[in-house]
Write a protein that binds this ligand. Structure first.
Ligand SMILES: Cc1ncc(COP(=O)(O)O)c(C=O)c1O
Length: 429
């Protein structure tokens, strides 16, 4: 192949293999390729496009900002765009939720905020060890990779990934073992040989690791255990945050307050790179410049982030509408799963999907959906889950059309629907 994408771009590319077309236009939940074919985008930039593509709510202030002569790049210097973002984040997100966090700008990606969180936890506690969960995904840099589960990604490190251990995520043993049995025991046993960790890092829904959603009780017990043993709790809300699960932070409904929170992806509201690390004020023991990065002051991202927070999160009606979208999607996923042998629903909110006992089915369904004009990716250690992530702003009509295509793709790959729910092999989420 002589096309420059194939001849020059590295073999490491992946999404362009699943969707081998050139996308030229994008608006809301739709992308258009060079031939004019339209695709409903239920991938949403892996969670970076929660408000859709080129949403006028963020694009108009961005264009105005770009033409105004204001500062684009500012490291961590003070600018009006950063002031507006900080004030809006405080007024619209932190204060109404009574969250006391300080705000740190690490480099602009998810893995950057995870690295900052791990460093801070180690510095604050003076301990080295971090616990993370089976099938977790936290990013590609060495620290984040050391707390990630996926063996293929871990091997990419090329060196031992140390100072961290994995513990079972919620329901890892299919309900056969009491929650936190091992963790409680070793933390209380000074002879266990397990070093007391600085922190435990968790995703409330495992976005890349198979869309398992932790139960709220399980999260509460985890939070209580951390508090009892003076271990910091880090919630990585890079993918599940910014409204994906129905509330701004994915841990709100569990009623827990993590010590550190990682945000990125949709915090900019536009697809522009931006990340935040939030932490309790007493943890703010950084020396100036101890963790830095050239692209922390991405002012266009501050502008679009502020616009999205004001438009969507200052008004409770957005979250109410989101709850309806989530209900509609889950009702439909439930009905597809219950009439499909070996299928089940996974996830929470609009970070959900269908998992298949036959792991190969998910990839085939995503490929068939693409042929029918719907972008979906897979998730899980065997790519056994079809991940369905429409923008939070998806219209009722777009949602229905996308789910119709999904259902048609499921039927094409797995055969006709089972006649009655009782005849199905639907499994628990
Ligand atoms: C939970 C979680 N943390 C961290 C990351 C890493 O983010 P990035 O790819 O921006 O480095 C991801 C990416 O998918 C993620 O889902």
């Amino acid at each position: 192949m002589t096309d420059i994408f194939y001849s020059l771009e590295s073999e490491v590319r992946s999404y362009s293999r699943s969707w081998p077309v050139e996308f030229v236009q994008a608006s809301g939940a739709t992308q258009t390729d060079a031939s004019g074919a339209e695709y409903l985008d239920f991938f949403s930039g892996a969670g970076a496009l929660n408000y859709g593509h080129n949403n006028p709510v963020v694009i108009e202030p961005l264009i105005e900002y770009l033409q105004s002569g204001a500062v684009l790049h500012s490291m961590d210097m003070m600018t009006p765009a950063k002031r507006d973002f900080l004030q809006t984040f405080k007024d619209v997100i932190l204060e109404p939720r009574e969250l006391p966090y300080k705000v740190m700008f690490p480099g602009p990606t998810g893995t950057n905020t995870v690295e900052a969180a791990l460093k801070l936890a180690r510095k604050y506690t003076g301990r080295q060890h971090i616990l993370s969960f089976t099938n977790a995904f936290h990013g590609m840099t060495l620290g984040a990779l050391s707390v990630t589960g996926n063996s293929m990604k871990r091997q990419g490190a090329g060196i031992p990934l140390t100072n961290s251990s994995k513990i079972p995520y919620d329901d890892y043993f299919d309900g056969e073992t009491a929650d936190f049995l091992w963790l409680e025991r070793v933390l209380e046993d000074s002879g266990s040989g397990v070093d007391k960790p600085a922190a435990i890092i968790v995703e409330t829904v495992q976005g890349e690791g198979g869309l398992r959603a932790a139960r709220f009780d399980w999260l509460r017990r985890l939070s209580a255990l951390c508090a009892e043993h003076e271990i910091l709790l880090i919630v990585d809300d890079v993918q599940a945050g910014c409204g994906r699960t129905g509330t701004f932070f994915s841990f709100e409904e569990a009623g827990i307050v993590p010590d550190i929170v990682c945000l990125s992806k949709s915090i900019a509201g536009s697809g522009l790179p931006m990340a935040l690390t939030l932490f309790r004020p007493e943890l703010d023991i950084w020396s100036p410049g101890e963790h830095n990065g050239t692209f922390r002051g991405n002012n266009p991202a501050f502008v679009t982030a502020t616009a999205a927070l004001k438009e969507y999160w200052a008004d409770p009606s957005f979250q109410e509408g989101l709850a309806t979208t989530i209900d509609v999607m889950h009702a439909r996923l439930g009905s597809i799963a219950v009439t499909t042998s070996g299928a089940g629903v996974r996830g929470r909110g609009l970070l959900s999907g269908l998992c298949f006992e036959d792991a190969e089915a998910a990839g085939k369904i995503a490929a068939e959906a693409f042929r029918q004009g719907l972008l979906l990716e897979t998730s899980g250690p065997k790519d056994e889950v079809v991940k369905i992530m429409p923008p939070l702003t998806v219209t009722a009509d777009e949602l229905e059309r996308g789910l119709d295509i999904l259902e048609a793709a499921v039927r094409t790959v797995t055969g006709p629907a089972a006649e009655s729910p009782s005849a199905s092999g639907a499994q628990k989420a």
